[in-house]
Design a protein around this ligand. Structure first.
Ligand SMILES: NC(=O)c1ccc[n+]([C@@H]2O[C@H](COP(=O)([O-])OP(=O)(O)OC[C@H]3O[C@@H](n4cnc5c(N)ncnc54)[C@H](O)[C@@H]3O)[C@@H](O)[C@H]2O)c1
Length: 252
């Protein structure tokens, strides 16, 4: 049973990791998927994976969503080609890490731009189209929104992801009269091609999984399964929530 049949899904960060998995899963569930990424090669690789299964990944790359004009164009080109937006899945992000006393102003601005600003830009431009279709916004936050880290300097990342959760709540309030739902998802540590190398080192693995009762990283498909539920009509009464998926990290 296709759970997203007839839906037009905009997914950001389709060049790898969770965005690639989301493009594949949403297409298998019947959605027309429009992606983008600053990484053109990664986006093209995802397109080939979809084509191998008989699907198409629409959209552009490279697109730098931290640039408002590029974000606007990506949304407008999608609407011109497909006529509607039902799902906006704000997944893309890039962060820099460092202890707060040593963290540069440039790295702070880089992180806020690429984790928070870009979500505002895509949402702002998609908003009238989401209102027409009574659509849904899914924003990927992080457990970093809810707790600090003993192993990494995540001040900018935490601030940005906390902002994603708060931004989502306001979207829910402004969206409800228009029929738009907005939900954030806060994953704990998730293994992706970008993070796979870290967990091979037992010391780094132990640090990354410090405090995770299930003692393993999440898989991209586990986060995407949750996003699929949120995107589907089964989640029709859900808005403004943050859904934590973290192997139990925040349980203590
Ligand atoms: N991997 C984890 O452990 C983890 C944990 C919690 C939350 N998250 C969140 O999950 C989401 C997906 O991350 P992932 O794990 O798949 O990592 P990833 O780095 O593999 O994917 C992020 C994608 O976003 C793209 N991107 C970054 N900045 C962009 C920009 N300005 N414009 C367009 N594209 C841009 C990157 O090129 C990349 O392909 C992110 O929001 C991330 O913060 C990840």
């Amino acid at each position: 049973m296709a759970r997203l049949a007839g839906k037009l899904a905009l997914i950001t960060g389709t060049g790898g990791g969770q965005g690639r998995e989301a493009a594949l899963r949403f297409a298998r569930e019947g959605a027309t998927v429009v992606g983008c990424d600053v990484d053109a090669q990664g986006h093209q690789a995802t397109r080939e994976l979809l084509r191998a299964e008989g699907f198409e990944l629409h959209g552009l790359a490279p697109v730098d969503l931290g640039n408002p004009e590029q974000a606007r164009q990506w949304v407008e080109v999608a609407v011109a080609a497909h006529g509607r937006i039902d799902i906006l899945y704000n997944n893309a992000s890039a962060a820099r890490f460092g202890l707060v006393g040593e963290f540069s102003i440039e790295d702070w601005h880089y992180t806020i731009r690429n984790e928070l600003d870009l979500i505002f830009f895509t949402t702002k431009y998609a908003w009238p189209h989401l209102a027409k279709s009574r659509g849904v916004v899914i924003n990927i936050a992080s457990t970093a929104a809810w707790g600090g880290s003993r192993v990494a300097g995540i001040s900018a990342h935490s601030a940005a992801k906390g902002g994603v959760v708060s931004f989502t709540r306001q979207l829910a309030i402004e969206g409800a009269p228009l029929g738009i739902r907005a939900v954030s998802i806060s994953p704990g540590f998730v293994i992706t091609p970008g993070t796979a190398a870290f967990v091979e080192d037992p010391k780094i693995r132990a640090a990354l999984l410090d405090g995770v009762p299930m003692d393993r990283p999440g898989q991209p498909e586990e986060v995407v399964a949750l996003a699929l539920f949120v995107a589907s009509s089964e989640a029709s009464f859900m808005t403004g929530s943050d859904l934590v998926i973290d192997g139990g990290l925040l349980a203590h």
